[in-house]
Ligand binder design. Sequence first.
Ligand SMILES: Cc1ncc(COP(=O)(O)O)c(C=O)c1O
Length: 393
Amino acid sequence: MSIPVMRPWIGEEEAAAAAAAVASGWVAQGPRVAEFERAFAEAIGIGHAVAVSSCTAALHLAMVVAGIGPGDEVVVPSLSFIATANAARYVGARPVFADVDATTLNLTPETVAPVLTERTKAVILVDQAGVPADLETMRKLCDPRGIAIVEDAACAVGSEYRGRPVGAGADIAAFSFHPRKLLTTGEGGMVVTPDGETAARLRRLREHGMDVSAAQRHASKQPVIEHYLETGYNYRMTDIQAAVGLVQLAKLPRLVARRRELAERYHQLLSVIPGLRTITDPEYGQTNYQSFWVQLPDYFKVSRDDLLRILADEGVSARRGIMAAHTEPAYSDDPASELPVTEQITRSSLILPLFHQMTDTEQGHVVSVINSVADLPSAAGTPANQVHGSHGR
Ligand SMILES: Cc1ncc(COP(=O)(O)O)c(C=O)c1O
């Protein structure tokens, strides 16, 4: 048996949509990108969506439009993919690492307040593994101090915060369409904002700072001389990607529902291991279970890394838990303050396979390998009603 950590739910419909984009003769950013942006903004319930080449590009542009620059500090979780911290460096600012809440793995006002200084200009609030961060409580800390909040919703398409899609209430939020995420365009990202002027600037910045897009110039019957109003980037998405994205977006509710069903089964099967903690919904929202992380209890017989090796030997491709950027060589010249929760979680957690087409047999196999190491009876085929415990939450 060979079980990947993730397999995108992508197939003939997406292939046909990509082929149609190719056949149309317009493959760069064009009408399909515009359509994808409209559909995405509608799905989130926000005024504007601007498609870009990745979430990393989206975060960079979010820093630019938030006016962050050299000398500024940006509070970020170390417990995140390194792109979160790098975004601050791209604009010459200093990322300042804050610890995270042990249950949601997200920043909270309690973890952010101790690292604020008068140089703090922004907080990048990550919805880690798809678990929505509590934006409203963070606003109470940041708004009175004039600190911008950029939501890094890379993992959170399809998650809900206080009854609305994640991103709906943000000033600016960035999404990823990398294949490890629920909705994929191969590579790709989206910035959403309620503000029309911000959206217009984002569109300009992703396309070299041009005042008219290449698609608009192409559509015009008369020659159009473009101007470059500021230093921009080439962060465009292609129409081939957007064609795939439109199909994927229509599948999003089914993707989320299936992941939540599989996650519930993991909760039940894994609850036989005392002290094993798992990702779960916060009280104010719902996760899309982008990554199903588990944290091993202290007494566990093998280390996290040994468990990863045992799983690999049994054909299960799991991953270490969320990385901690402050422990990486790229950040060794900028010592972080104490981050005890981050360090504990990054050391003792791992991410289990979870994908749309995963079968009960595959899931049972993953659990039985973990159970065998924990010295428990195999959970494969264990009826849910015989499983006891508190779901490890
Ligand atoms: C929290 C977070 N931010 C940013 C990114 C970067 O996304 P992308 O690969 O689309 O650039 C990722 C990707 O894993 C992520 O998990």
